[in-house]
Design a protein around this ligand. Structure first.
Ligand code: 7TS
Length: 412
């Protein structure tokens, strides 16, 4: 069996030892990885679980009587329970394995095609990732429903009064991210959910950017759907989850037809399997699902309270140090933020800054971050985004600031 990492006290140098990639070099310099909002790094514990799967019990699930298949099925279903407990879902069958946030959103959007009618309305926010805009536009095209948008202000906060005025008995769905990927803003989802429910609308929360920083409680939130990707929280790519209240998942039709999702098939009529299998057609990412569970265990062994308070320190420190640079502008400045900083320096193109930083071994993301409406709002082509994780350090921030100052000098 693989060793389970356990941290009794938050100690970043010890934690960094769990991540083999953090000791590599890029362009002859130690890697400084500040692109965690795009994807997080993978601890040895999760890598071991992946190796263990392919070395010891790789097989298909839910169909074999043989030992390997039973072992894989048990581990996959245990991972579902780990996810259920972590998000505090009432039932394990309310957790659907998907290939990630994008897949989860498309699954729900496709299901609502048989529920929405022309003149119904759905509300998204101005802060959404393209993957939480386009599927809803496609749904509106299919059904004749109308898409409404909650506007944002200069600080990157959603305008809740405008949201209230958009809500009506026509509203059937409200879709908002928990945390904005471009700005790091934490949205007031408790208020957003309560207001939507007052009008009988269902709510989908995109948790892609919250789950590395916050432990959401889907029952306390009373949210109808919550979606996320494992790779944002130390898990592998190509696997994610859809949480849906049982009553909603029973109401939605299957997304894809195939093996695993049926009860009985004849050429005259097919009946569908119970939850969660109704939404899990075909052979899933078995190893990925098991590794997702291991990633959740790993992050809980560090503890979300410790992660939150350490990342707040990093955010505060990095913000102060960045503002030393003349002409640097941070987008989305509010107290309700995760450790993400989106900025530009004067009229320097973000891509140029990112390229020089890469030469110095520093990974940041540049561009529109799949949030073109936010970039349009600020009237910029893109930003530089530094996104921090619990394994980053103040020393790394110092090197990043020195590198940025050099890049700004070269490009000014
Ligand atoms: N929603 C949000 C809020 C996201 O940040 C992302 C990915 C997605 C949905 C899509 O997730 P996927 O796992 O299905 O691709 N965000 C980013 C990013 O900010 N940089 O690269 C990917």
């Amino acid at each position: 069996m693989t060793k389970k990492t356990s941290h009794t006290k938050f100690n970043v140098s010890e934690i960094r030892k769990d991540f083999p990639i953090l000791s590599r070099e890029v362009n002859g310099k130690p890697l400084i990885y500040l692109d965690n909002a795009a994807t997080s790094q993978t601890p040895q514990h999760v890598i071991d679980v992946i190796v263990d799967y392919y070395s010891k019990y790789n097989s298909n699930i839910h169909r074999g009587v043989h030992t390997l298949s039973q072992e894989a099925t048990d581990k996959y279903e245990q991972a579902r329970q780990t996810i259920q407990k972590h998000f505090n879902a009432k039932h394990a069958n309310e957790i659907i394995f998907t290939s990630g946030t994008t897949h989860s959103i498309n699954l729900v959007a496709s299901g609502f095609a048989s529920i929405l009618k022309p003149k119904d309305e759905i509300i998204v926010s101005a802060l959404e990732h393209h993957s939480n805009i386009v599927p809803w536009q496609m749904l509106c095209d299919k059904t004749g429903a109308t898409l409404k948008v909650i506007p944002m202000n200069d600080n990157g906060e959603l305008e809740i009064d405008s949201y209230k005025s958009l809500l009506s008995s026509k509203t059937k769905l409200v879709i908002v991210n928990h945390v904005s990927n471009a700005l790091g803003i934490i949205n007031p989802i408790e208020t957003i959910i309560k207001l939507a429910h007052h009008f009988g609308a269902a709510v989908l929360i995109d948790g892609a950017q919250s789950i590395p920083h916050i432990k959401p409680d889907v029952q306390a939130l009373d949210v109808d759907f919550y979606v996320a990707s494992a790779h944002k929280m130390c898990g592998p790519t190509g696997v994610g989850m859809l949480y849906g209240k049982e009553e909603w998942l029973n109401k939605l039709p299957p997304y894809q037809g195939g093996g695993e999702m049926i009860a009985e098939v004849t050429f005259e009529k097919t009946t569908y399997a119970e939850l969660p299998h109704k939404f899990e057609a075909g052979t899933p990412n078995i190893c990925g699902g098991i590794a997702f569970g291991a990633a959740i265990d790993y992050m809980n062994s560090i503890g979300f309270e410790a992660i939150e308070s350490y990342e707040k320190e990093l955010l505060h420190y990095a913000t102060i140090r960045l503002l030393e640079i003349e002409g640097l502008h941070i987008y989305g400045e509010t107290s309700q933020k995760t450790a993400v900083i989106s900025f530009n320096v004067g009229s320097i193109h973000p891509y140029d800054l990112g390229s020089i930083l890469d030469k110095l071994g520093i990974a940041v993301r540049t561009g529109h971050h799949c949030t073109q409406p936010i970039m349009d709002f600020y009237n910029v082509p893109g930003t530089v985004r530094a996104s921090f994780a619990f394994y980053n350090t103040k020393e790394e921030i110092d090197i990043f600031i020195d590198g940025l100052k050099k890049a700004v000098m070269m490009l000014s």
